[in-house]
Ligand binder design. Sequence first.
Ligand SMILES: Cc1cc2nc3c(=O)[nH]c(=O)nc-3n(C[C@H](O)[C@H](O)[C@H](O)COP(=O)(O)OP(=O)(O)OC[C@H]3O[C@@H](n4cnc5c(N)ncnc54)[C@H](O)[C@@H]3O)c2cc1C
Length: 446
Amino acid sequence: MPSTTHPHAFHFDRPVDSYWEASADPLGLDLSTLEGNLSCEVAVIGGGFTGLSAALELAARGVDVRVLEAGPIGWGASGRNGGFACIGSHKRSYASLIKSYGLDETKRFHHAMAESVELVRELCASHGIDAWITGQGEVTLAHLPNRVEGFREEQAFLRATFGEETEFLSAGDLKAQGLWGPNFHGGLRSTIGFGVHPLNYVRGLARAAHRAGAQIHSRSQVMRWEEHEDGHILTTAQGRLKAKQVLIATNGYTPEDMSWRHAGRLMPALSSIIVTRPLTLEEREAQGWTSELMAYDSRNLLHYFRLLPNGRFLFGGRGGTDASDDGAEPRRLSLTESFHELFPAWRDVEITHFWRGFVCLAYDLVPYVGAMDEKKSVWTSLAYHGNGVAMATWCGRAAARMMLDRSARAAMPAVLTRRLSRFPLPMFRPLYLKGAYLWYGWQDGR
Ligand SMILES: Cc1cc2nc3c(=O)[nH]c(=O)nc-3n(C[C@H](O)[C@H](O)[C@H](O)COP(=O)(O)OP(=O)(O)OC[C@H]3O[C@@H](n4cnc5c(N)ncnc54)[C@H](O)[C@@H]3O)c2cc1C
């Protein structure tokens, strides 16, 4: 297992010290752990957006499905992210995607991402999920003056290629729209996306899947997996589940030994978040930031931030490469330093919460949804590159549809289904990550 994934980060029974945990509505379901010998058609490993969205789709179509989640529901990234429901679950430029997959497939991918955002809204509406939906769209903020010009080019590209409309914002516009900070030099605003309370959302998905007939077992970590001619046997501490098909929905929390098919193919990376106490209107005005729009800066190693509905401010960024408990405090300090640099008027505001979690990168820097074996009995959907609130929901549903109907793959953008490549010399993944951080950090300063 790469050293970035220290065992401290896999204590599934350890509560997540996030603001979302402190403010979420109760799950409202009495879930049992897996006990005894059971069987089902489809076993889903992982109770986050991917697994629960898949389970909802499968159960709604009458499939006998069981979800096994190692911790409480949403314990992984789904319950502890920034709550940005938006597009961008790839780490490659559109130009590079067009080169690899062609223009039409890249357009289909972009369309799927935009659709995924609306899917979140639809699911919240149709299942009565109070996910604190806020704001309309997101803005990228130039962290250096020389990034502003690129926004004009990007605007023209997005309009011509995908028909995506964006608004160019000068430094004066930022000030007028309550998106001001002394280190922001311009912005590009998209209308796609909105903020959510991720733990309320994932718990709502669990309730919806449960109502549709899915059996959900929390605190049921899969510890052993046997493959037989007639199916798979997943063993937890207290039970065994036999299933004809398995969906692996563990994303950045996928144990390296989960299945040999995944080994060497995923790179977990930490992301971290701080949240302040509620800011008064005067404090928000003093900084010049009053908008509820979701925002990023234009760094490769970006910061993401937004005002929450109750006036608290959420600020996130890269989470370092030491996932042990010892790695947390240095990360909290450096994230706080970046926060103070970008929002100097809030230097003395109390930070009430800090937490970290794993996102998941793939070698091809795009998500993967599809089968992992010739028999098509082992499936997976993962690698959303830190952008899975919407896309994990969409891809989980897509995986479920592909499991039920083999022709559904044709309807998927090729960007998502081509392959889940192995990293060359996978044991060096922690080094690759450190190298990438150095390289991008250097580029971000230019
Ligand atoms: C700090 C942070 C901020 C982020 N911010 C954003 C954001 O603002 N917007 C956005 O779009 N995305 C964001 N992301 C990414 C997003 O949260 C993820 O892409 C998404 O939640 C992935 O969902 P998932 O269901 O695939 O995986 P997860 O939610 O990670 O779920 C995987 C689950 O698998 C379980 N598991 C692991 N091993 C086993 C096992 N052996 N047996 C049973 N269960 C197991 C884990 O307990 C975990 O709950 C962020 C992520 C982090 C960590």
